[in-house]
Ligand binder design. Structure first.
Ligand code: FAD
Ligand code: EPU
Length: 342
């Protein structure tokens, strides 16, 4: 395991922010991970776990050992006529895993195509897109405790998954390095095309049969048409979560703004479109210096050059304030912010 000191993090975050890490190590197997954790304990420094940096905002330098989890491997644990159970190491690339499962006739991940990042990060915010969330396929998360290396396994219920939420953002925050996940996929093709954009895609193209491969292709096409590629326009995907409102509050808002896109959650709450709220406040396409709001998707903040994380957060705070003033709705930032109180 090689340690890098005063490491420039530019290439390790998709917002291409120029912060530095005190110390950085990329670990490609369990022994290297243990070595890195031992080094941090001896040096008395905090550990920050990193995947591919597609959901972080580096607001300043990171005073910690940043451990990039790059352990690879996919193992078939069990297979029947109907299902397969896979153990996937945390450092695998998520989109490549989705492609690999499709190629092998294992179905269920199609709607989650083209989400950047690693498998190890996927449980942190319970990644979700186009009507599917990770929690519906995940059996277990395997991890090591940062404090004492102890291997731990959390079953699905213990992960306490919610919308962009899990125990890893709360009680277990900063305590675990996820090493692998177990997922259960189907060997029988079945598709989920209920999400409005997907439903519209297939309704407009009745000649295309919605097979898992066709759903994968449709998701890749839809995403590519509306979300900017971080390697061209550095971004972290959705900068804010879609706010969840009590049904009564949502009904009051909808009475005034009938065009507001919203999705009932069951349980008396309604998720409303943060992108719509931001667009109505006039931010879509806004640009000030090197920071801006993408002209095609109001939820995506872009670093167009050498902007800093702190500047980006200043823009984000202005957006939050204006949405609150106009609609009385509080937006919450989605990516994890580093470089403040570490
Ligand atoms: P990182 O950004 O490196 O880390 C994110 C957080 O997870 C950090 O707090 C980090 O400490 C923690 N973490 C990472 N790996 C581990 C580990 N092994 N053990 C413990 N903690 C760990 N997300 C969605 O849900 N749906 C989308 O549709 C979606 N679209 C996106 C589109 C774009 C263009 C971009 C840039 C991002 C998008 N995202 C989306 C967000 C992002 O892809 C996911 O959150 C992804 O899971 C982050 O993976 P990562 O490896 O880059 O994590
Ligand atoms: N919309 C606007 N203005 C815009 C963009 C969208 O009004 O600039 C409206 C659309 O017309 C649509 C609604 O907002 O009615 C929803 O748009 P979209 O389908 O693009 O989804 P989203 O709610 O903006 C969420 C996730 C995405 C995920 C997509 C698809 C969050 C915070 N974001 O975006 O996840 O890919 O749904 O399921 O939940 C991410 O987390 O980084 C991310 C990209």
């Amino acid at each position: 395991m090689k340690l890098y000191h005063d490491k420039l993090m530019y290439e390790h975050n998709t917002l291409a922010l120029h912060a530095r890490a005190d110390t950085f190590a990329c670990v490609t197997n369990d022994a290297e991970l243990l070595e890195a954790l031992a080094w941090a304990r001896t040096a008395g420094v905090d550990v920050v776990v990193l995947g591919q940096g597609s959901n972080i905002i580096l607001a300043g330098d990171v005073q910690a050992l940043v451990v990039q989890q790059a352990v690879r491997g996919i193992e078939v644990l069990d297979a029947s006529d109907t299902d397969v159970i896979l153990r996937v190491a945390a450092g695998e690339n998520w989109h490549k895993l989705v492609q690999w499962t499709l190629q092998n006739g294992y179905y269920g991940l199609e709607n989650l195509a083209l989400i950047p990042g690693t498998v190890g990060a996927s449980p942190i915010q319970n990644i979700g897109a186009y009507g599917v969330e990770l929690h519906s396929l995940l059996l277990r998360v395997h991890a090591r405790r940062i404090a004492d290396d102890k291997p731990v396994t959390l079953d699905n219920a213990a992960c306490q998954f919610g919308y962009r939420d899990s125990v890893f953002k709360r009680e277990c925050k900063d305590q675990l390095v996820i090493t692998a996940i177990d997922i259960k996929l189907s060997r029988r093709p079945s598709v989920n095309i209920g999400y409005p954009a997907l439903a519209a895609f297939f309704a407009d193209r009745p000649h295309i049969e919605p097979t898992p491969q066709a759903v994968f292709d449709a998701v890749v096409g839809i995403r590519s048409s509306k979300l900017p590629d971080p390697s061209v326009e550095p971004n972290a995907g959705s900068f804010f979560k879609n706010p969840s409102l009590r049904s009564e509050a949502a009904a009051r808002l909808l009475a005034k703004h009938p065009d507001l896109p919203c999705f009932s959650q069951g349980s008396g709450s309604v998720k409303v479109s943060a992108a719509w709220l931001i667009e109505q406040c006039g931010w879509k396409g806004h640009r000030a210096g090197d920071q801006g709001v993408h002209p095609q998707h109001a939820l995506v903040l872009v670093n167009y050059g050498s902007g800093s994380g702190a500047q980006l957060l200043t823009l984000a705070n202005k957006i939050v304030a204006s949405v609150y003033e106009k609609f009385g709705v509080a937006l919450e930032i989605e990516p994890r912010i580093y470089g403040f109180n570490l």
